[in-house]
Structure formats: C-alpha cells, structure tokens
Design a protein around this ligand. Structure first.
Ligand code: PGA
Length: 241
C-alpha cells in the first residue's frame, strides 16, 4: 500500500482527481468504480473543473458505483443515483448508457445483484476503484462481519452506518436499513484502488485498515493484500498512523 499524506481535504480531492484524470487519459474507455458519501465530493468538484478546462473526457468511460440503498427510487434525493447525477454525471459528458448503479427498486434483489456483478465482469472488471471508508471500516456497504462477502450482494446495514448516514436524512427512521453493495472480491479485482479519508474521525479506522490485522471485522483491512492501492489522507487522519 502506498500512503500519501497531504495538507488538507482540498489537496486530497485534487490528488484523487488527478489520478482519475490520468487513468482516463491512459485509457479513454476505462471502467471506473465510483463512491458516494462526503469524502469524494471534492474530487468530483475537481473533476468537473478539469472537464470544463478540457483536461478530461468522460465520453467513453464506463462507470460502476459501489452501492445503492434498497427501497429508494432513483429520483429520491438520498439515493446514490441522485447523488452521482448531482455531484458529477450531470456536469460531464459521460453517456447515460455507461452509467451503472445498482437498482434499489429492483423486484428481485438477488437477480439485481447477480446481473450487476455479471455486468462488471462482462466489461472486464474495474480499472480504477475510488473508495471512502466508514468509521466502522466498511468499504462500499461491506459492513464488519465474520467473513468477507465476495460478490455484489444484499446488505443489512450496520447500526453505526445508519447512525452516520442519518445526517443526510430528516430523521434516523428515514434511513434505509438495507442496501446492495459490490462485494469484497469485486473490489479486490479492481486493477487499481484509491482510498480517501480525511479528518480526525477517520484516523483510528485508517490505522486499523492499513496497519492492523486483516480481518472481516475491519473490511478495509483486506486492501493490504491488494497490489496497487494508494491511500490518500490529510494530516489530521495521518496523525493516527
Ligand atoms: P463518508 O462515508 O465519505 O460520508 O464519510 C464514507 C463511507 O461510509 O464509505
């Protein structure tokens, strides 16, 4: 694992956006795995700037998101579909047909998971996966567990995740308790991974993820076994390392 310590959140966002830009420049039809949450918002803002300056072209990329809440329609402002449109896709030239996000309203959740996984495999897997990390060590919605969950699957969200995500909802009761998430194997098959974290509240978990024991209780710790991971953190997070 390569750990890059930068000054602050803006620098994390810029560095991450540069990595995405380089990936797309090297291979304009790259398959990129995107993440939601607060962490990558700055990276998306930087990517929109780069796009507006003509420095990056999304015309041929394929996007696959890590996860989606179960039971929220696309149009719901809390859905990850909505998030991706409003934070990136509405502002760049990605083709609609190249946007892939699990359908949280699918009639058969098992079939949706299977088909999502198949789609990722059919395009040859993910070239670059962007990850945030939950305070409980989750990546995507792979919650702490007794085993690593391999492929795209149906998830019951952890109490800690529900609590953390309630900040985006009017009340904790509105937070979906189920979701669809790429699995650990799906993520680990990505050829390159960047993991972003900032602030003191992520310090302890980043320490456990990159220096602690590899255990499904800290799902991100599996990344220690991946050959090409860059962890980008600010000074506050890094003070725990
Ligand atoms: P955050 O979420 O970026 O909003 O902190 C990260 C995550 O839960 O994966």
């Amino acid at each position: 694992m390569q750990v890059e310590i930068v000054e602050d959140y803006i620098d994390i966002s810029k560095k991450a956006a540069e990595i995405v830009k380089t990936q797309i420049k090297d291979n304009p039809s790259s398959v990129i795995g995107f993440a939601t949450g607060d962490t990558p918002k700055g990276m998306y803002r930087e990517l929109i700037k780069l796009y507006n300056n003509g420095e990056v072209d999304f015309a041929d990329i394929k996007a696959f998101n890590l996860d989606e809440y179960y039971g929220l329609p696309k149009e719901n402002p809390q859905s990850y579909h909505y998030y991706m449109m409003k934070n990136l896709f509405d502002f760049v030239n990605i083709k609609k047909e190249n946007i892939n996000i699990p359908n949280g309203m699918a009639e058969s959740i098992e079939k949706e998971c299977e088909e999502y996984e198949k789609k990722i495999q059919e395009v040859g897997g993910i070239d670059l996966q962007v990850l945030g990390i939950g305070r409980n060590g989750h990546i995507g919605f792979n919650e702490p567990d007794l085993k690593f969950e391999a492929e795209t699957h149906f998830v019951e969200l952890d109490e800690d995740t529900i609590k953390a995500n309630s900040r985006f909802f009017h009340s904790i009761e509105e937070v979906p308790i189920k979701a669809i998430s790429m699995g650990i194997k799906t993520i680990m098959q990505a050829r390159k991974i960047i993991l972003l974290a900032f602030g003191k509240e992520k310090g302890e978990v980043i320490y456990k993820a990159i220096k602690g024991e590899i255990t499904p209780e800290i799902p991100a710790s599996i990344l220690q076994l991946h050959p090409n991971v860059t962890v980008i953190v600010d000074k506050e997070t890094a003070s725990f390392l």
